[in-house]
Design a protein around this ligand. Structure first.
Ligand code: DGI
Ligand code: FE
Ligand code: FE
Length: 191
């Protein structure tokens, strides 16, 4: 799909602030895809649509999770997690994107996943470090992102989990599994 059409479609789903964030994620995804040899066009498309479902009513998202037989444990964790898998579903069924690589990058963009492709990693990291983000510690993640995408994602997950622990909310198993898997792979690889 042409980028201008994609942006036009997603703009209608988002607030001005979230649309600006989306533009930042798209630009950062292009840069990371070039650096780490992911498909640049797919990275841009997944980034444009990654938060497509962000403002859907919780009831609608809950129904989709149940009816589409998505992992039901999503319902026991924070509602913030829902827009990622529901977004992948809606982008396929409302927008007509069928590329499974793109849909998976959208699906995994909030929690990560044990088995992430380089495309998934690019979009996940871009969402965290795009220029509009002001999280404490984000600059350190931006620096790591220039050298080692796995190390950057581990730090990003570390920050997110500390944030969740401080808020005393549950950590979704995929979030923890992503962290554990990347750390184990990095140890094997000697870094
Ligand atoms: O949609 P964005 O704000 O751009 O970013 P995102 O899709 O990464 O969502 C971030 C939110 O998701 C933030 O409020 C923290 C929450 N989140 C991420 N991982 C987990 C989580 N919430 C819970 N309860 N458990 C998680 O593992
Ligand atoms: Fe999101
Ligand atoms: Fe986002």
């Amino acid at each position: 799909m042409d980028r201008n059409l994609a942006l036009e479609i997603v703009k209608e789903q988002l607030t001005e602030h979230r649309y600006e964030h989306t533009l930042g994620v798209a630009q950062t995804s292009i840069e990371l895809a070039e650096r780490y040899d992911a498909n640049v066009k797919k990275a841009e498309l997944a980034a444009i649509f990654h938060d497509y479902a962000k403002f859907r009513p919780k009831e609608e998202m809950k129904q989709i999770i149940i009816e589409q037989q998505m992992p039901q444990d999503l319902l026991e964790h924070g509602t913030e997690l829902w827009h990622a898998p529901v977004g992948a579903y809606l982008v396929e069924n409302e927008v007509g994107i069928t590329d499974q690589n793109v849909l998976q990058a959208i699906r995994f963009h909030t929690s990560g996943h044990e088995h992430m492709t380089i495309l998934d990693k690019v979009v996940f990291l871009a969402d965290y470090i795009e220029p509009g983000r002001k999280f404490p510690g984000v600059e350190e993640v931006r620096e790591l992102a220039r050298k080692d995408i796995n190390k950057a994602i581990v730090l990003c997950l570390q920050n997110t989990m500390i944030f969740l622990l401080k808020k005393r909310v549950t950590i979704y198993p995929d979030t923890l599994n992503t962290y554990n898997t990347l750390l184990k792979q990095m140890k094997k690889g000697g870094s």
